[in-house]
Design a protein. Structure first.
Lengths: 260, 260
């Protein structure tokens, strides 16, 4: 490819990106408007919370436990060099509450529930189910999309909390039960180090923002999918990629702005 | 099929000078045709000629790039605002090619959906209305089934039931015979004739089954060379247009007075 061709390609991609960003913004505003207006579809919301939250419980809990155990092991070995194994609870707790809990939960949920959400909406595009709703004068954004995005927003902080709790338990199992650390020190350094506003509330806020982000990305990619089978798979794949990368980028900015 | 609900007043649809292009390909150019009130009009033409697009334009699911679609000679539905589109669609029922039933809801809930959204009827009245339309389309014991548990013919019937439940003035059917075996095609044919004769609305059907077209059509619109020719079936075949004669060559002998 010539240099000119490369520049043209870069320009075209940049324009497409900005255009997509604009469409995403308009979609988000329309979705927010649809979610704000009655009728409020509580039954659909509960069902979506089940699909997004309850069905993600096992993967989130197991992952949280595993990450906590790894943190316990690594933390114990590192702290032992400085004779500070008593601080393991603080290390495990702060790592999980501030960063790993919200971020890893978001990545896990984007992979499991986000991709499924995008694929479901995209397949509804392919099979004209959304057009069927439009023909009944029912707004698909209000009926189908908004409950899914809201469910993601609600589920993510709760799942993140579970991830953190299981992680702390995993750290305890390895640091105290397996490696023989002091249980009192583990819990006291944990409770002393964690500040409710900065750590717990900050982690909860992060998880909420990630939930909103993953929900919007998943529903947007599904809603705007091409009406083909490859369109469905592309929607699912791009949801995982975009939501994961966006989670990591937004995490930095929240961390910086929240004043850690 | 005695318990059929009565339709409201049938409406006339007239397309004037429609132009539509997709992906750089012109699909319609200065296309004009008329669909008489209270009649069964069948839109025919080669695959990809724009039959479904025309139907979707009448349903306001696609907008023409130029031209008008008049309802009863006055209202131009090609240029309605979003609010006006909602109001217009309350007068239109549409049977999609694949049924477009919401696959997460039971057949009963699918058909009840437009009534629950718009009518304000109590649940007992909705149940009666849905069962009445089920009876009209020949469906029984399907209330608790999911669309995925239905046969192809039953999906079409359920889709038709949903399209009819609000007693539309205009019924649009996109390829209602596609993917069905010959006996089922005959049953759907009889059903559409019954609906037209007993419920009295205007019906526009897209089809590539020439035999069926000749059996049920009061009026045929043939899309050819990005425009349309139309008329009563016998008149159209006897009109001497070589393109029409070639398209209907397989059925010309079965239409009295149509063979050259």
């Amino acid at each position: 490819m010539s240099a000119l061709g490369g520049v043209q390609s870069l320009g075209a991609r940049s324009i497409a990106f900005v255009r997509d960003l604009g469409r995403f913004s308009v979609f988000s505003l329309r979705l927010g408007n649809a979610a704000r207006r009655p009728p409020y579809r509580w039954r659909r919301l509960v069902r979506e919370i089940y699909d997004t939250g309850v069905l993600s419980l096992v993967i989130v809990c197991i992952s949280g436990l595993a990450v906590g155990m790894v943190l316990g092991l690594q933390g114990h070995n590192t702290l032992a060099r400085f004779g500070a194994t008593g601080s393991l609870g603080a290390v495990v707790g702060l790592s999980l509450i501030r960063e790993l809990g919200p971020v890893l939960t978001s990545l896990l949920v984007a992979g499991r529930a986000g991709s499924a959400m995008a694929a479901e909406i995209a397949s509804m595009v392919v099979t004209e189910q959304l057009d069927g709703l439009r023909m009944m004068s029912v707004d698909p954004l209000d009926f189908v999309v908004a409950p899914k995005a809201q469910a993601m927003l609600i589920s993510m902080p709760l799942l993140s909390t579970l991830f953190v709790l299981f992680g702390i338990f995993g750290g305890y199992v390895v640091g105290v039960v397996v490696l023989g650390g002091d249980p009192g020190s583990y819990m006291s350094t944990l409770t002393d180090a964690v500040v409710f506003r900065d750590d717990v509330l900050g982690g909860f806020l992060k998880a909420g923002v990630f939930g909103l982000l993953v929900g919007l990305v998943a529903t947007y990619r599904g809603y705007t999918a091409l009406p083909t089978s490859t369109g469905v798979s592309a929607a699912a794949t791009s949801t995982v990629v975009i939501a994961s990368v966006a989670t990591l980028i937004v995490d930095y900015f929240i961390t910086a702005l929240w004043g850690y | 099929m005695d318990a059929a609900p009565a339709l409201a007043k049938p409406i006339e649809v007239e397309a004037q000078g429609l132009h539509y292009a997709r992906g750089g390909r012109v699909i319609m150019h200065d296309l004009s045709c008329r669909f008489p009130a209270g009649r069964i009009s069948v839109v025919v033409g080669a695959s990809g000629c724009g039959k479904t697009t025309l139907l979707r334009m009448i349903a306001c699911l696609n907008r023409p790039h130029a031209g008008r679609i008049l309802i009863d000679g006055t209202e131009d539905v090609a240029h309605l605002s979003d609010g006006e589109v909602h109001a217009f669609r309350r007068r239109v029922g549409m049977l999609f090619q694949g049924g477009a039933l919401l696959d997460s809801m039971t057949v009963f809930d699918n058909v009840a959906l437009p009534l629950r959204e718009h009518s304000g009827f109590p649940e007992s009245r909705i149940r009666d209305e849905v069962h009445r339309v089920f009876e009209a389309v020949g469906l029984a014991n399907v209330d608790e089934l999911l669309p995925g548990q239905l046969s192809g013919g039953m999906v079409k019937r359920a889709g038709l039931a949903r399209a009819l439940v609000e007693r539309p003035d205009l019924l649009l059917c996109d390829e209602p015979f596609s993917g069905l075996d010959p006996p089922t095609i005959r049953r759907i044919e009889e059903l559409l004739l019954f609906v037209n004769q007993n419920l009295g609305g205007t019906m526009i059907i897209t089809s590539h089954h020439n035999e069926t077209t000749m059996r049920i059509a009061d009026h045929v619109v043939m899309m050819v060379d990005r425009a349309a020719v139309s008329g009563r079936p016998r008149e159209l075949l006897a009109g001497g247009d070589a393109r029409v004669a070639e398209f209907f060559a397989d059925v010309a002998d079965s239409v009295p007075g149509a063979a050259p």
